[in-house]
Design a protein around this ligand. Structure first.
Ligand code: MN
Length: 254
């Protein structure tokens, strides 16, 4: 199996290195990732500046391609220029921090996976439920590999679907299991910190996203909070199918 590995925390992120070490047990792994951190860039692509690609050496003598762009750029350029053949699987992560609920829309990690599924390749995004720089990515990566081995034979993997996987930051024995979830839709609770710079200009910084109580265990947010691995099948088709019929009827009645 040929695997393309990318992320949004940058090519030198520990989450990517840990995942690489596990993925190489599953196949040939090529790393194409942003040269610097690109968290919360969503599905951005680079249009106004050139994309530079540098071959870099990572820990353990691993060679990778560092791209001067966004996660979606990495997937596009890997598939169009860098890989001799389309990969069998694109893996994105492991992100430092969960990507559940509305955050899925902002996530560069998830957008890299979505980009792959748009291009017709199976893709999985992995995020860890921790913001601790010293989080146990090795344990998370073992869990990620277990999950990949489990879903490998899933034959109903429809075109355009990718899996958004969130991993609990728990020792293996405390992980409760795997839950197939839907995306939570509750609003984020956040605020801007208002500060004053040394020249007395006011500036703002998006701060603390306070956790809402996780009440619904069928959502990504709820399952993760309860110690489960959350697996959400997602799709780039943003159509609201529930509204198609009533909107059509409404418009033609005018
Ligand atoms: Mn990130």
């Amino acid at each position: 199996m040929n695997i393309l590995l990318t992320n949004d925390d940058g090519i030198y992120a520990p989450g990517l290195a840990a995942l690489y070490r596990e993925l190489k047990h599953l196949g040939e792994v090529t790393v194409v990732a942003p040269e610097s951190e690109q968290s919360a860039v969503g599905h951005a692509i680079t249009l106004m500046t050139p994309l530079r690609v540098k071959e870099v050496s990572l820990d353990g003598g691993v060679e990778g391609f560092a791209v001067s762009g966004f996660p979606a750029d990495c997937v596009k350029i890997a598939m169009a220029e860098l890989l001799p053949n389309p990969p069998d699987l694109v893996v994105s992560g492991i992100n430092l921090g969960p990507n559940v609920g509305i955050n899925v829309l902002y996530s560069g990690t998830v957008s890299a996976a979505t980009e792959a599924s748009i291009l017709g390749v199976k893709a999985v995004a992995f995020s860890l439920n921790s913001y601790d720089q010293n989080a146990d990515f090795a344990a998370a990566a073992r869990l990620a590999r277990e999950l990949l081995e489990q879903v490998r034979g899933w034959t109903a993997w429809n075109n355009g679907v990718c899996l958004n996987v969130n991993l609990p930051d728990l020792p293996r024995a405390e992980v409760k299991g795997v839950r197939i979830t839907r995306q939570d839709t509750g609003p984020l609770v956040e605020h801007f910190e208002r500060r004053v710079d040394p020249r007395r200009h006011v500036y703002y910084w998006l701060a603390e996203i306070n956790a809402r109580p996780a009440t619904d265990p069928d959502t990504d947010y709820g399952a993760l909070a309860q110690g489960y691995v959350s697996v959400t099948p997602i799709h780039h088709d943003l159509t609201d199918y529930r509204s198609l019929e009533s909107l059509t009827t409404f418009i033609w009645r005018q």
